[in-house]
Ligand binder design. Sequence first.
Ligand code: GAL
Length: 687
Amino acid sequence: MLQNLANGIWKISWGEPEIHTPLQHRPMPPAAEKLQALPAAPPLPLQAADFDCQINRRGVTIRLPMGPTEDIYGFGLQLLSFNHAGKKRHIKVNSDPRIDTGESHAPVPFYLSTAGYGLLVDSYRYVTFYMGTSTDRGASSAETAVNQQHQEFSEDALYALKRSKEIRHVIIEIPVAQGADLYLFAGNLQQAVCRYNLFSGGGVVPPLWGLGNWYRVYGGSDQTQVLNLARQLRDEAMPITVLGLEPGWHSHSYSCTYEWSDLFPQPERMIQQLTAENYQLNLWEHAYVYPASPLYSALKEHSGSYEVWHGLVPDFADPLARQIFADYHKTHLVDAGIAGFKLDECDNSDNNPSNWGFPDSAAFPSGMDGEQMHNALGQLYQMTLLQPFVQAKRRTLSQVRSSGALATGLPYVLYSDLYDHKEFIRGLCTAAFSGLLWTPEVRSCQDAEDLLRRLETVIFSPLALLNCWRIPNPPWQQYDIDLNLQHKLLAKAPRQALTAAVRKILQLRLRLLPYLYSAFVDYYLSGRPPIRPLVLDFETDPETHSIDDAFMFGPSLLVCPLTKADQGRRKVYLPVGTWYSFDGAERYDGGQWLQVTAAADEIPLFVRDNTLLPLAQPVTQLTDQPSFLLTVQSYGQGPASCVLYEDDFVSLDYQQQGFKAYTVSRTADGSVHYPDLGASHAYSWQA
Ligand code: GAL
């Protein structure tokens, strides 16, 4: 029986579902009013009779139909592939996902189908999805031609994809469980993902500072070096808003003490000084608790049966363990002014030597086993360290290396130690299908071009991050790790040129901040991801169905990043419609592929027809009371509008009070109407 839960959301159940599931531990309640306010959902293309469920000693197997032309997206952050039709997906968290199996830092048992629905399996198990890979016994009995491929031998002919041409099936295997709940979300790809995101509570509204540029500091730095770097960045007019400290701040890091090391003799003073210079400070950690940590004895009884790096694995499914961990962080770190954390190593590093992970058979006091905890840990850890900020009535934007289902409302951005630039761009496309945020962080680089190209991508991501944890000097002074460690900087002229180019790219991020912030507010209100693949906006244009190297940024910008491997040229597809170059000088007909060329410090951007794009004057710092001097760039001739949202940008008051909304509009006669910004503290029009 399909049970209707909300406008366009349905549930179907079999047997006895498990106690610990993503729904049971959901971070936030559904945004019921916003779901209700959506236009009526189109009919679900599946009926109860389409599902077959078998429960036996292996667990649960569910089968449903899949049409011959269905395209499939989702399954969380997927760096190695985009459209999952015809593939087997394994929902298992993996810190090192180098093969396209579906394993990921953030695998999510949720997919979207172009047949007009999304489907969530409410399980933390290592669920396997066969997306049209299997044909039934006898289904191919009419295929009797033989020896065709051997007449002229080729590997292509030998291995040509044997796709079942008529009826395909989705087969879902949930091990161990003796029952299951499935949730279905009706609509085209964008409608279904918006429903899923609102069902998860709605999109994150980051604090404004979180959308600035981030710089993670060399792990070997001491307090003086951190302060010197902070000053140097200001002297160089680098618009950095967040600094991050890496393992060296703990007195012991693998596993963690969560206490300051001797390298930081006066952390409160350092935080005050950084705050005075308009920096926010983020601290690296992971969840494994070292015996000398002040948290150890309280958490011992609330931890799993195995250690990681000689540290406890807290049972974050147990509210008491969460409380102990959260309270400590609130008193000692959040109340002292720490703005967020980087939650590392929660993505099952058990492919590494030694005890980098715990066995799947581990037991946790809550009743979870190791398999479930592996897939749950990222999400539960995020919830644990959100608590101190909620209590302090402050927002955070933090980092995490693992996530899962229903995490849309959690203010955490995923990252990885992998580093292929094209895969990192694909991650921006795929994360959006499951309500996840991802940063294609910049680390060391082959050369100046590689650095600039990566920066150009990262400023169009949810978190514009330079992760310099392995280099003592900024990468624009020396991008080569070894030379950087020896403090052998680039010669003066190339260093100055690179510094200027980096500054210009980072400034563009801040110029786009009011636009990006407003796109995040829209994420909260409507569930539409602020950064998303083209197929989410242009599903009816089939060419977009496989594009994973360009994406939409906010409502109107199409970003076409280049990598160093592109050697300054690449193709880009402009979906059906009319498009403009960012400077407005060129107009393009959509529905065609273009060859674009771009110098190392240029990123091709295309603007949708009938766009009003707010742009701020560059600023280098964000104060407590940010203020933006705005102009509006106008594209196309027809009616257009854009909305700028404002609130205090840092507290949780928006949850009760909402936002001030200022709408700029252009009428059919081409005249642009600017709202009165008299009531605004943050925005003013440039004369
Ligand atoms: C890695 C993490 C890096 C850095 C490093 C410090 O796991 O992905 O960004 O933080 O740990 O040990």
